[in-house]
Design a protein around this ligand. Structure first.
Ligand code: SAH
Ligand code: SF4
Length: 343
């Protein structure tokens, strides 16, 4: 038996081709499209406005998805972590976050299996790089959430496993699908990078309207190098120019993510240097208190150092938020994703 077409991850033209092959109209293509992306069905049988005869024909050549949910964990705070298995045996996490009093449902998706950057504070980095995910595999993560919960994801952040700008073509293709097929607005999507300059330049050229987030984590090259090895290749001075070019070209404010590690990056001197580094960059700052990972020497910052850091940056004129820790009890918080069961 030849391999069946996987409907999740296809675009309208692909659905039209399938409809044509089955001698059906373009309208059928649109119906299938909507069942996949807007109603998130699990099977072709659920596409009830298609005739039984057509559904049978479609089932002979296609199926909705080929991923499996290996595990699903629900945190005390409502965060859900899924471990998704692809047919080649690789797994990645995708996390659904809900925030109190908001109707937003945010999916945190992975862009690669593992990650080559090897940041010293991140469990994903410790695992090394395995492979890039295709656009369809990225999109499947959001569909898995929608199928399981029956809810519609409203926001997507590329903050799961992987460095999205090292898998840029597939990430951009998934972005188009999120925009056009899921109808998730560009501004409700955030791509977070460790600072891959060629990727940032490409996004500037494309005048991307989604939010770019940069993991700064230290304003001093010598310190940054110790925790984000890619600093040696793309140093802060050049990164700053790329960020300025990006905000000029896109007209968009970037988000600076700043990881607070006790006695290393959370000091008053670091806060002051960060304020100077960011002075002429159009940005908001998101402070991320370090989440402990296995076998790591780093420690969480104290509440008072977080507040001092925030105060200094605010005083320099920046809008500063503190990232709420989500799903730490199920290892779903930033940096805790490894793609393994019971890791
Ligand atoms: N690879 C991308 C996006 C994924 S990680 C990047 O590095 O930007 C999303 C955010 O979580 C990044 O800012 C990352 O530095 C941060 N992070 C990684 N490990 C963490 C940890 N143990 N505690 C808190 N944040 C962490
Ligand atoms: Fe990769 Fe981001 Fe983790 Fe660094 S923080 S190892 S870039 S996933």
């Amino acid at each position: 038996m030849s391999k069946k077409i996987i409907l999740s991850g296809l675009i309208q033209q692909d659905f039209e081709k399938i409809a044509q092959d089955l001698k059906a109209s373009k309208f059928r293509a649109r119906q299938i499209h909507n069942w996949i992306y807007l109603k998130s069905v699990k099977s072709i049988d659920e596409m009830t406005d298609l005739s039984k005869d057509f559904r049978e024909k479609l089932s002979e050549i296609a199926q909705v998805s080929d991923v499996t949910v290996k595990t699903k964990q629900v945190s005390e705070d409502g965060t859900i972590k899924y471990l998704i298995g692809y047919p080649d045996g690789n797994c990645v996490e995708t996390v659904l976050m809900r925030f109190d009093n908001r109707t937003n449902l945010t999916a945190c998706v992975s862009s690669q299996v593992g990650c080559a950057i090897n940041c010293s504070f991140c469990a994903t980095g410790k695992r090394g790089f395995v492979r890039n995910l295709t656009a369809a595999e990225i999109v499947e993560q959001v569909l898995t959430i929608q199928r399981d919960t029956g809810l519609k994801v409203t926001n997507v952040v590329f903050m799961g496993q992987g460095e999205p700008l090292l898998n840029l073509d597939n990430v951009l293709q998934s972005l188009t699908i999120f925009n056009e097929d899921f109808q998730i607005g560009a501004r409700r999507i955030t791509i977070s990078t460790s600072g891959i300059i060629p990727g940032i330049n490409k996004l500037a050229e494309l005048e991307m309207q989604s939010t770019l987030a940069l993991s700064l984590h230290a304003p001093v090259s010598e310190v940054r190098k110790q925790i984000i090895p890619v600093e040696s290749k793309y140093p802060l001075a050049e990164l700053k120019e790329a960020l300025k070019n990006y905000t000029n070209k896109t007209g968009r404010r970037i988000t600076i993510e700043y990881l607070l590690i006790k006695d290393l990056t959370d000091t008053i001197e670091m806060a002051e240097s960060t304020a100077i580094f960011l002075k002429d960059i159009k940005c908001n700052v998101n402070l991320i208190p370090y989440n402990p990972i296995k076998d790591s020497k780093f420690k969480k910052p104290s509440t008072s150092s977080i507040m001092k850091f925030k105060y200094i940056l605010e005083h320099s004129g920046k809008k500063v938020t503190i990232r709420l820790e989500r799903g730490a009890d199920i290892d779903a918080a930033c940096g805790q994703l490894t793609g393994k069961v019971n890791s």
